[in-house]
Design a protein around this ligand. Structure first.
Ligand SMILES: C[S@@+](CC[C@H](N)C(=O)[O-])C[C@H]1O[C@@H](n2cnc3c(N)ncnc32)[C@H](O)[C@@H]1O
Length: 245
């Protein structure tokens, strides 16, 4: 069987074997932050703005947004030592994104926010319809009437990769990444580096699952939760949604 070429979910711009998934995806995170700043400007959200970076992780995009003059609030469900240390270091800087530990499906916030960002495959982490809709409804609740939601267009890249046969046997050509699909569902686990195990073709307990949303599904979810997906964004790296009027 033809070996798949190095792929881009998450971005494998680097071939450094010892890199963490976080390092491997750093170029993608940076380019998404640049694209997000451009999209915010295009849609009239000017610094400092009221921004919510949902599923913010260690704050990579929030830091880039702060450098561009915005004052984002980062929200993530994690509140372990690593994330606390990252956000403490971040908020010592002059341009300070703020952080809150919370579940995106039940936000302890009222808003309104001018823009909400859901970047770097984060929507894929909500892999049931109910969970994804809960997140979209919560964002709809806290968005300003003319606010904007930016979601990275993970489906476009992912489905291109799959259509190109790059995951035909589940492991990338460089051996760094492995996708393991749940039988009969478009949900998969992703293994990296030393966790790649060809002899374990089923996700183990505790492995994070991702939903390979299609654009049609996202369009439907948005429609059902009060969003209207801007058609011109469908071909681009970032999806732009506005509250339905
Ligand atoms: C793929 S990471 C993206 C992090 C960040 N945007 C970046 O690019 O560095 C997804 C993040 O979503 C967070 N997350 C997962 N489930 C969540 C939930 N229910 N509510 C809030 N955050 C959640 C995870 O803890 C993780 O940090």
């Amino acid at each position: 069987m033809r070996r798949p070429r190095a792929h881009s979910l998450p971005e494998s711009d680097t071939t450094v074997r010892t890199a963490s998934p976080q390092d491997a995806s750093a170029p993608l995170a940076r380019s998404q932050a640049r694209a997000a700043v451009a999209a915010l400007r295009k849609h009239g959200v000017r610094p400092p703005g009221r921004l919510l970076d949902l599923c913010a992780g260690l704050g990579r995009q929030a830091r880039s947004l702060a450098e561009a003059g915005y004052r984002p609030l980062g929200v993530d469900i994690r509140h372990d030592d690593e994330i606390r240390a990252a956000w403490t270091a971040t908020s010592r800087r002059r341009s300070q994104p703020h952080f809150l530990a919370a579940d995106a499906r039940a936000l302890p916030l009222r808003g309104p926010f001018d823009a909400v960002l859901l970047l770097h495959n984060s929507l894929s982490l909500f892999h049931t319809n109910d969970d994804a809709m809960a997140v979209l409804r919560e964002i709809r609740r806290v968005i300003a009437p003319r606010g904007v939601l930016l979601i990275d267009n993970v489906c476009r890249r992912l489905w291109q990769e799959i259509a190109a046969g790059r995951y035909a046997d589940g492991i990338s050509e460089d051996g760094l990444w492995q996708m393991i699909w749940l039988p009969g569902r478009n949900v998969f686990a992703l293994r990296y580096a030393e966790n790649v195990r060809a002899d374990r073709p089923r996700p183990g307990r505790g492995e994070v699952l991702y939903r390979a949303w299609s654009l049609d599904e996202l369009e439907l979810l948005c429609r059902l939760t009060g969003w209207s997906l801007q058609p011109q964004s469908l071909r681009q790296g970032l999806l732009v949604a506005r509250p339905q009027e």
